[in-house]
Design a binder for this molecule. Structure first.
Ligand code: SAM
Length: 167
């Protein structure tokens, strides 16, 4: 049974709770334009280990979002991103990659931050370009990553190491 829900960003987003394991999602409570900041990540904090609920922010650094943002699901055609490329954590933001209508699900491309998934899953995003499984950017070709509007700096760094200097 779900406890009383207090939204973290009541004017911006709300969790749509769904029965079953990990089936809930995050919906926009207002429209956003491409490039808008959806929310800052000021409630986030560093954790020592990755889980299915953490976001990777560096080659070996992970955060818990500490807010409703943790309910943002993965999509292979996302409308949002966690821009964690700044060296200054106060600059980390959830941003809109597309125009987003009120009521739409907010999604991000998990390989944009995650190199090696803590817990891989079969993707149910249903988009035309669905990659079918999420295992982390490590398992995604460089060409596929380049088609995304946002990939974080640490992921490009790790791709460069994987590809032998050719990002
Ligand atoms: C950070 S949680 C996101 C919120 C989650 N839906 C929940 O209700 O707790 C990440 C987990 O959600 C599920 N998930 C997220 N995006 C998904 C997708 N596109 N297809 C299938 N499962 C997904 C996976 O179980 C994943 O490990």
């Amino acid at each position: 049974m779900q406890q009383k829900y207090t939204p973290s960003y009541p004017d911006l987003m709300e969790v749509q709770f769904a029965p079953g394991e990990h089936n809930s999602s995050l919906r926009a409570k207002k429209s956003f334009s491409t490039g808008d900041v959806i929310a800052d990540l000021s409630k986030a904090y560093f954790v020592p280990q990755k889980t299915r609920f953490t976001v990777q922010v560096g080659v070996d650094q992970h955060i818990e979002l500490g807010s409703d943002l943790v309910y943002m699901n993965h999509s292979c055609e996302p409308n949002a991103a966690f821009n964690v490329s700044s060296e200054d954590p106060s600059q980390w933001k959830a941003i809109a990659l597309k125009d987003i209508e009120e009521g739409s699900e907010l999604t991000f491309f998990y390989p944009s931050t995650e190199w090696d998934a803590a817990e891989p899953f079969e993707c149910k995003c249903g988009s035309q370009s669905c990659l079918k499984t999420f295992k982390g950017a490590k398992s995604v070709t460089t060409d596929t990553l380049k088609k995304q509007a946002y990939i974080s700096r640490h992921i490009w760094q790790l791709v460069e190491e994987r590809d032998g200097g050719e990002p």
